[in-house]
Structure formats: structure tokens, C-alpha cells
Design a protein around this ligand. Structure first.
Ligand SMILES: NC(=O)c1ccc[n+]([C@@H]2O[C@H](COP(=O)([O-])OP(=O)(O)OC[C@H]3O[C@@H](n4cnc5c(N)ncnc54)[C@H](O)[C@@H]3O)[C@@H](O)[C@H]2O)c1
Length: 376
């Protein structure tokens, strides 16, 4: 399924909505990229937009080329923006992105795609309805080491096991210390998504156990072990904890991929190593959100399918919901169960008649999602 490309000349004009920690990182990244221009900042709270603008060295009170507002679509119309970067909280991803798409604006959204898979399905339908691109920035995919590991694996035959250890001990304070399933909900989606990228395969089912070590400073379960069956039969295992001081892994995790003719290991920071050694060199995807910004800009200019288009990205959030359900109910959970249930929820919750029509036109949720791309 194609999407509308842009014909305007010059840098891509962007409004960032959500002036929190991540929104500010986006603003700096947009300003540093010669192919993009920050034209506006939106947030529910004017104090947040003002301090974000001040962070960039712009004083809104004295008048600058940077506009602000509380509504992203109104601001985008006022500034003639080409697209929106949605860096709001997950609960706001669905309403803010739907409003932008329906107003004719392509969207680059922060992960997760939405607060739930059901909302993500409605967003896929909204993208199909409007013909505008909605891409999710899954920033840890944009990593030279990860691309290099994938390249090395090309010469090692069939992949059987992808294993990642993730052991950190961050003292966040705030909502993460209080929420249920902080590791699975707030972190594991990165590794789940990276495994899909490495394997070029989507998940089939998962068995997961969640628990909280006795010394944990989190109220919810801060540790989890999950084993996914992936398409083609490979297994992906995630073994992680957010309360494990000492010999901490990188934020990407420590990876070991076992294939028919050898193994690749990667500490998540430096260069991966293959045994037998590989001389293959991968392209440089750019670093983190700067890489996904580049991907989004190129897609809008050329019509090239980007990584992270909503239809494809949704499976990474489905892995999280499946793992949490598996842990809660003590059984193996299939992706089809999550997708079918979420499709029914989306049908029941969607009030927009046009989006409902698109959802009803899908022969199945899988067919609807396959109208976008697969695991990339
Ligand atoms: N890629 C990564 O590594 C990474 C890291 C951190 C956060 N994130 C993601 O970035 C997003 C934002 O996280 P954060 O830590 O910056 O959150 P935050 O709470 O610091 O900031 C969110 C901002 O959005 C604003 N907002 C909420 N609803 C809005 C709406 N309807 N319209 C306009 N503004 C609204 C809030 O007022 C707040 O200023 C989340 O989806 C989070 O998961 C990604």
C-alpha cells in the first residue's frame, strides 16, 4: 500500500507535539538535520512549550520564527508544516495522530505506536483511510552495530536462536517505580523489535514469566523471562531485569545469535563479532532518532517503504501484550489471539464512521495489516 509523497522543495517543515523529555530530544535532532526544519512546538501546557523553546535558545516572548500552541493540527496549519512528530505520552498517541492524519498531515510517532494494540489497529486503518504515512520511530533499530550484526548473519545460514540478556539497575523514581510490569511495558519493546529486525521474521507465540527480585525497588515486576516462537521456527529469548546492579549490560542488551554455520555476539555498544569471522560491512542507518528522522524524510520524498510503518510496527507492541498476558495467565499466548481480540476491541471502540468502514473492509486483521509491509 503506497502513501502520499511530498512535492515541496527545501527542508521538511515539522511541528513537534509533546514538549517533554523526548519531544525536546526530537527538537534538537530536527534542528541538527539540514533536511528538516522545526517550525512549531505544541503541548497541552504553554509553560512546557516555552521552556522547550528556551532550551533551543529561542525566546518566544520576543518573537521568533518558532510558533507554539496547544493543538498540533491548528499549529501545523498556521505554520504550513509538512508533517508532525508526535512525542506525547502513549495515551495521547491515538487521538493526536488520528487528528493529524485526517487533517492531511503525515506523522512520525514515538514508540509505542499507541497505548494498546487495539488503538494501534485503529491507527493503521486511519493511515489507510487518509493515504498519509504514519511511521513509528523505534529508535534502537537505528544502530550501526545492529545493522552490522544482521549483515554478518547473512553468511551464517539459518538462524535458530536469538538470545538477549538485559540487566540494568536504573533508579528512575516516579511512575516507573509504581507501575505494573515496568520492564515489559516500558523497556522490552525495544529488544522485541530489534529481534524482529535481526530475524526478519514476525512473532508467532510466547511463553513468559514475570517476577520481582526480593530487593527490587519497583512495586511492579521488574524482571521477566520470555521465549518467543518466531515465524520459520526460530526462538527469541529475552531475559531481563531492571534491578540488577553490577556487570550491567548496555541499554541495547547483550545479544547472542546462533545460526547453522556460526554465531554472532554483540554487547549492544560496540561492533558485533562473528565466529567464523566476517568481513561484511553494513550500511550506516544513522544513530537513534536521527536515523528514524532520516528514514521518514526519505520515505516522504521518494515513496520508499520505511521501517516502522504502523502496520508493521504494531507486531512489536503485540509482543508486549502477549508476554504480559502469558505471565498473568501462566500459559502460551499466540499473536493471533492478541490481534483478533484487539481487532474486536478496535471495532467496538471506534466511533469515527470512516475508520470503522476501513476496519470492516479488512477480511481479517492479518489481511488489514499485510496491506502495509511485513517485519520491516
Ligand atoms: N525512543 C526512546 O528511547 C524513548 C525514550 C523515552 C521516551 N520515549 C517515548 O516518548 C514519548 C514521550 O515520552 P516523554 O518521556 O517525553 O514523556 P513526558 O511526559 O516527559 O512528555 C510528554 C509531553 O506530552 C504532552 N502531552 C500529553 N498529551 C498531549 C496532547 N494530547 N497534546 C499535546 N501535548 C500532550 C505532555 O504535556 C508532556 O509535556 C512516549 O511515547 C515514550 O514512550 C521513547
Amino acid at each position: 500500500m503506497s502513501f502520499q509523497t511530498l512535492t515541496s522543495e527545501g527542508p521538511l517543515r515539522l511541528v513537534v507535539v509533546g514538549a517533554g523529555g523526548m519531544g525536546r530530544a526530537w527538537m534538537h535532532t530536527i534542528e541538527a538535520d539540514p533536511d528538516t526544519e522545526l517550525v512549531g512546538i505544541a503541548d497541552l501546557y504553554p509553560a512546557a512549550t516555552e521552556s522547550a523553546a528556551a532550551d533551543l535558545g529561542r525566546d518566544i516572548a520576543t518573537g521568533t520564527d518558532l510558533e507554539t500552541g496547544t493543538d498540533a493540527v491548528e499549529l501545523a496549519k498556521r505554520t504550513g508544516a509538512d508533517a508532525i512528530v508526535n512525542a506525547t505520552i502513549p495515551e495521547a498517541h491515538h487521538p493526536v495522530t488520528i487528528a493529524a492524519l485526517k487533517a492531511g498531515l503525515p506523522v512520525l510517532g514515538e514508540k509505542p505506536v499507541a497505548a494498546t494494540v487495539a488503538e494501534g489497529i485503529a491507527l493503521a486503518a486511519a493511515a489507510e483511510l487518509t493515504g498519509h504515512l504514519f511511521m513509528v520511530s523505534q529508535s534502537r533499530r537505528y544502530n550501526r552495530g545492529l545493522f552490522q550484526a544482521k549483515r554478518q548473519l547473512e553468511s551464517l545460514g539459518r538462524i535458530g536462536i536469538v538470545a538477549v540478556d538485559f540487566f540494568k539497575a536504573p533508579r528512575f523514581g516516579g511512575f516507573r517505580d509504581e507501575m505494573d510490569s515496568p520492564l515489559l511495558l516500558d523497556m522490552a519493546i525495544h529488544q522485541f523489535d530489534m529481534a524482529r529486525f535481526l530475524l526478519d521474521a514476525d512473532p508467532v507465540a510466547v511463553v513468559c514469566e514475570e517476577y520481582n527480585p526480593p530487593w527490587s525497588w519497583y512495586a511492579g515486576n521488574a524482571a521477566a523471562t520470555a521465549a518467543f516462537e518466531m515465524e520459520g521456527g526460530a526462538r527469541f529469548t529475552f531475559n531481563g531485569s531492571w534491578c540488577s546492579p553490577g556487570f550491567e549490560t548496555s541499554w541495547n542488551g547483550a545479544w547472542r545469535v546462533s545460526a547453522e554455520h556460526g554465531t554472532t555476539v554483540w554487547d549492544g555498544d560496540g561492533d558485533p563479532q562473528a565466529d567464523p569471522e566476517s568481513k561484511a560491512v553494513a550500511e550506516d542507518p544513522g544513530d537513534g532518532i536521527a536515523g528514524s528522522l532520516r528514514e521518514f524524510t526519505a520515505a516522504l520524498r521518494t515513496g520508499r517503504e520505511p521501517m516502522g510503518r504502523v502496520h508493521a510496527n504494531l507486531l512489536s507492541l503485540a509482543m508486549v501484550e502477549a508476554a504480559i498476558r502469558s505471565a498473568a495467565e501462566g500459559r502460551r499466548v499466540s499473536m493471533d489471539e492478541i490481534l483478533d481480540g484487539s481487532y474486536d476491541t478496535a471495532l467496538a471502540a471506534t466511533t469515527d464512521a470512516d475508520i470503522l468502514t476501513v476496519l470492516h473492509s479488512w477480511p481479517s486483521v492479518r489481511d488489514g495489516l499485510n496491506r502495509g509491509s511485513r517485519s520491516d
